[in-house]
Write a protein that binds this ligand. Structure first.
Ligand code: SF4
Length: 58
């Protein structure tokens, strides 16, 4: 389990982000991201990200 390649994890993350946007069009990824609090995320696209490689669902 610890040997999951980085490219695979990135792909899964992108598919998750795509899936979230598809299921809730018009919503921003940050609304359901576990990093959307305090200083947990400093990405410039926050809080209106529609694509984000760091997205993690809550
Ligand atoms: S990691 Fe991405 S989706 Fe999550 S809060 Fe930051 S900008 Fe938004």
């Amino acid at each position: 389990m610890a040997d999951i390649p980085a490219w695979w994890r990135g792909l899964v993350r992108r598919i998750r982000g795509w899936w979230t946007v598809t299921r809730a069009p018009g919503r921003f990824l940050c609304d359901s991201c576990r990093f959307d609090y305090g200083d947990a995320c400093r990405r410039p696209e926050r809080p209106n990200a529609t694509r984000c490689d760091d997205y993690r669902p809550r």
